[in-house]
Design a protein around this ligand. Structure first.
Ligand SMILES: [Zn+2]
Length: 633
């Protein structure tokens, strides 16, 4: 999602000695690795070169779901069959079932408080069966958003189990990431019982969902039918399989034309929806969606939202187009631009950063309130400031790559998800509004967002498991700080090598579950450099950005400027030099200047002129204390 202003007052204190000689032993020091992660490497599930190991495995489910909704009735009913495959080397004696909607139950642990409108009785399991045998469902009162299920017959390695659930719940009156957007517009997310992730470094994921976390799911195949009264349109993840059965002739023609149209097609206008001329009119329509190899499905349904669509080429090699759709209240002025904002996002992300063709067939941007991403779906609020709406949707669509395509465990390593979305958001912002505006916005929104001094929380290492972080500690360590780390690495390696490493990471791990060490190892492997000094500095330390200018000295052939790294973070910087003749020069130093983890750097100013002033500047790597950035007088 978007709204964690990070308060990283980046304080860079540098202390590096710019020496080109042999590096001290600490440069090559290994990265801290939790014992459970070491074990995953030892079993061969993951390789030290950053690739999935020869024994890499992950489990998988096939979900067939039917959902029934009839707003304004708030009851959502579901029936599903899950075929869950155990690809692990372990015999599973129990399963963990996630029931995220139970966060609405009174008494559920929650990141924030809850209003009356938010509270519901949660998920009611009406029937549960294992391999066709109806089994008593027991809600253990100690747990809310997950429940352990002990199996009568364990699942052997490479065997599978068939689960059936019938369930219902009352959709929340207060919409967060899911809920009622209005009395006849619902957003369905986290809505179905699912098997938790069982993985090679953590076993069963029994993390309680407190609304701070977003996603960690297996890559599954889905076949979902959403049954709604005639007059309702359903938008969702995956391929809509039966549009001709659902839409009247003219809206169907428009919908089909949108798949080859650059310009926005109004599939269903306000007039169409009011006159019930969009959907086929019977008692009920069954909207059928399928998707393979995706980590989740979400849906929106409404009897009055309007529907826009167009498409854009995302893969030049194959000329493949991706569909961009939007569903919104006709009164939302910014949403009338949303399909084109979405097209721009897909185009830019596919062709620039990460520069990987958008990996799905569509995206749908729904007017809600969450500023939240889902696979092929976005739930965004409407803003009076249309350029802010564009900014938010660019961020949410950027999440397509991290965490969805890449299967990041965002609930534990949020920096691998929000950190990348924040990085791409900044880079597309530079293209949209220019470097100066993008820098200023990033500094304000992503780095300086908090008024108080939260440094004890901000300065926690980025690698800290996200589920123990909240507030500014989470905002800083999931969004701004890792984004600055990625951008510092980009500055260090240069765009070409950085992109080569990023693409290798994506190629190796998409559709899988990479963890931070796979990312670090891949960059080391593909760049051909041991970058552990950098990863340690940025991701495993309490460093911050605070550079200070100690002084400028005359020397043979010019001057030397000595810069102290007070905060310790290996941030790039510019040395702005003004000469006696009024001319100026900027000398850029990449983070390589801190490679030996030294706290002082000496920068040579080769010149025959007289230096009148010199100042160190860190740009978006916001310096915690800029009063010391020029030589003391
Ligand atoms: Zn986000």
């Amino acid at each position: 999602m978007t709204h964690w202003m990070s308060s990283l007052a980046v304080r860079a204190g540098l202390t590096a000695l710019l020496s080109a000689g042999a590096l001290p032993a600490q440069v090559a020091q290994p990265l801290y690795m939790p014992r459970a992660v070491k074990k995953a490497f030892a079993t061969g599930a993951r390789s030290a070169d950053g690739r999935p190991g020869p024994k890499y495995w992950q489990n998988r489910g096939r979900y067939s779901i039917t959902i029934t909704a009839a707003p304004p009735d708030r009851t959502i009913r579901g029936a599903e069959q899950i075929v869950y495959a155990n690809n692990s080397p372990d015999t599973l004696h129990r399963l963990v079932i996630k029931l995220f909607i139970n966060i609405h139950r009174p008494g559920a642990p929650r990141n924030d408080g809850a209003s009356e409108d938010y509270l519901t009785p949660g998920v009611q399991i009406d029937r549960f069966a294992v391999n066709g045998t109806t089994t008593a469902w027991r809600d253990d009162p100690r747990y809310f958003t997950w429940q352990p299920v002990t199996l009568a017959t364990p699942i052997a390695p490479h065997d599978s189990v068939r689960l059936s659930f019938d369930w219902h719940y009352e959709i929340s009156k207060e919409a967060g990431r899911e809920g009622m957007l209005d009395s006849t517009t619902y957003y369905l997310a986290y809505f179905y019982p699912r098997v938790a992730v069982y993985d090679d470094y953590n076993g069963w994921d029994t993390m309680t969902f407190t609304d701070a976390q977003e996603f960690y799911s297996d890559f599954n195949d889905y076949d979902v039918t959403v049954r709604v009264p005639a007059g309702f349109v359903v938008w969702g993840t995956g391929t809509l399989e039966n549009a001709p059965d659902l839409l009247q002739a003219e809206p169907l023609r428009r919908f089909q034309s949108s798949f080859t149209s650059d310009t926005t097609v109004h599939v269903a206008t306000k007039a169409d929806m009011t006159a019930r001329q969009a959907t086929r009119q019977g008692d009920e329509n069954a909207w059928h969606f399928t998707a393979t190899n995706v980590p989740d499905m979400t849906f929106a349904l409404s009897d009055h939202y309007v529907w826009d669509a167009a498409s854009v080429v995302v893969d030049d090699a194959t000329h493949r187009r991706a569909s961009v759709q939007s569903a919104f209240n006709d009164t939302a002025a910014d949403f009338h631009h949303m399909v084109q904002f979405g097209r721009h996002s897909l185009d830019w992300l596919s062709h620039n950063w990460p520069g990987v063709p958008y990996p799905y067939e569509k995206t749908t941007i729904v007017q809600g309130s969450a500023d939240m991403e889902y696979p092929m779906m976005v739930n965004d609020g409407s803003n009076a400031d249309t350029s802010f709406s564009r900014f938010v949707v660019e961020h949410e669509i950027a999440h397509t790559y991290f965490p969805f395509y890449m299967g990041i465990n965002e609930t534990r390593y949020g920096f691998m998800d929000e950190g990348w979305a924040t990085t791409f958001e900044y880079l597309i912002g530079v293209a949209d509004v220019g470097r100066q505006h993008a820098d200023e916005f990033y500094r304000q929104f992503r780095v300086n967002g908090w008024a108080r001094d939260p440094s004890p929380l901000e300065d926690l290492p980025i690698i800290t498991p996200e589920d123990v972080l909240s507030g500014v500690a989470y905002g800083s360590n999931a969004y701004g700080k890792p984004s600055l780390g990625y951008l510092a690495m980009k500055d260090l390696l240069g765009d070409d090598v950085f992109k080569k490493c990023l693409h290798a990471f994506i190629d190796r791990w998409h559709g899988r579950h990479p963890i931070p060490w796979d990312f670090f190892n891949t960059f080391n492997d593909v760049s051909g450099k041991n970058l552990n000094w950098f990863w340690n500095n940025w991701f495993f330390s309490n460093n911050y950005v605070d550079l200070a200018m100690r002084g400028v000295k005359k020397m043979a052939g010019g001057y030397s400027a000595t810069i102290d790294n007070i905060g310790g973070m290996a941030a790039p910087f510019d040395l702005h030099v003004t000469y006696g003749d009024g001319t100026a020069q900027t000398i850029h130093e990449t983070p390589a200047v801190w490679r030996a983890n030294q706290r002082t750097a000496v920068v040579t100013i080769a010149t025959r002129k007289t230096v009148r002033a010199a100042r160190v500047a860190t740009g978006i790597w916001v310096d915690a204390d800029t009063t010391n950035n020029a030589p003391p007088r």
